[in-house]
Design a binder for this molecule. Structure first.
Ligand code: SF4
Ligand code: SF4
Length: 320
């Protein structure tokens, strides 16, 4: 970083990718239109690329994200998660040290109906909402921010908001939930979803990876676990896919979540009801209940608990 005029600038020299060391030289000339400055040090003049001050660019990106409809915007330092990111997305992604996390809150009217997810119309409405409507919206916003970053001279990758890239482990390119956690949006709940204070798990996420020197908004663990003694998602999952063990970044996901049980259940739902939808673990989380809907949410959750108890009496192995 170098002071120039009233601002501090990050600089990229021709020799190194990022050279944030102060005192790299005295600015002898600038070509702001070309984004170049010339530094003199011990009689040598070197050219360096100037980039936007990080806070200015963050403010610009935040403003753009909100104007496009994002409910959440945050910046995460992915350096501590490099091994995890490499394991999931490969070197191709892990070379990016910074991530922007965007979230869009789901429409309560859609999520509130999920206690009756066996109903075909409820299931299809939710499926369209999360994948086509909100998912498409997230991807378009991510592309918009990636263009802004590229226009400022940085590299950027908008990671698709959904879809599997690892058929064996059934994972996407990156864990958007982990990035959201690192960006300070919430904690990882017992349902393995990112839980926010304002909307609980009723948010979908997307990630933009970049090499821009953005100011971080948080750092893991960004918000402490607030599941406490609640166990609703664990008790009400139709196939008992969750173990109830709290999130620990050292543990593999299998310690908390049997993804095969969930996937098998969703596949059966697709065959029988035409939509691979459940969403009970999103619906029942009390952190997603707004004050005005709390009474209704308690009633639908109590109904599910009764059904669950009935189901335990007449148990079937697959939860259908
Ligand atoms: S979507 Fe349904 S089956 Fe899958 S983990 Fe959540 S509650 Fe369980
Ligand atoms: S339902 Fe309860 S245990 Fe599950 S994520 Fe929400 S607060 Fe945590």
């Amino acid at each position: 970083m170098i002071a120039y005029g009233q601002h501090n600038y990050y600089i990229q020299t021709q020799q190194t990718e990022v050279n944030p060391a102060p005192g790299s030289g005295t600015v002898v000339r600038s070509c702001r239109d070309l984004g170049m400055i010339f530094l003199e040090s011990e009689g040598n003049v070197t050219a360096a690329r100037i980039t936007a001050p990080d806070e200015t660019l963050v403010a610009q990106l935040r403003e753009k994200a909100i104007s496009l409809g994002a409910s959440y915007f945050g910046v995460a330092d992915l350096t501590p998660a490099k091994t995890f990111v490499t394991d999931q997305g490969g070197d191709f992604l892990s070379e990016y040290p910074v991530a922007i996390s965007l979230g869009v809150a789901l429409v309560d009217g859609v999520v509130d109906q999920l206690y009756q997810h066996h109903n075909n119309i409820v299931a299809r409405t939710y499926q369209h909402h999360i994948y086509s409507a909100v998912g498409g919206h997230l991807d378009r916003m991510a592309e918009g921010l990636a263009f802004t970053l590229e226009g400022s001279g940085y590299r950027a990758i908008p990671v698709p908001s959904s879809g599997y890239y690892d058929d064996v482990r059934r994972r996407g390119l990156i864990s958007h939930k982990l990035v959201a956690n690192f960006a300070g949006h919430g904690w990882i709940g017992k349902n393995c979803l990112l839980i926010t204070k304002a909307h609980g798990p009723r948010v979908r996420w997307v990630t933009i990876l970049t090499d821009a020197p953005l100011k971080y908004a948080g750092g893991a663990p960004a918000i402490v676990d607030r599941c406490k003694n609640c166990n609703l998602c664990v008790d009400l999952c139709p196939v008992q896919a969750f173990t109830g063990i709290k999130f620990n970044p050292e543990d593999p996901v299998e310690v908390r979540f049997d993804t095969r049980k969930c996937q098998q259940y969703l596949r059966r739902r697709e065959k029988t009801h035409g939509a691979s939808v459940c969403g009970i673990c999103v619906h029942v989380c009390p952190h997603g209940w707004s004050m005005k809907r709390k009474k209704n949410a308690r009633q639908t959750t109590a109904k599910l608990l009764h059904e669950r108890l009935d189901g335990m009496v007449n148990a079937t192995p697959d939860g259908t």
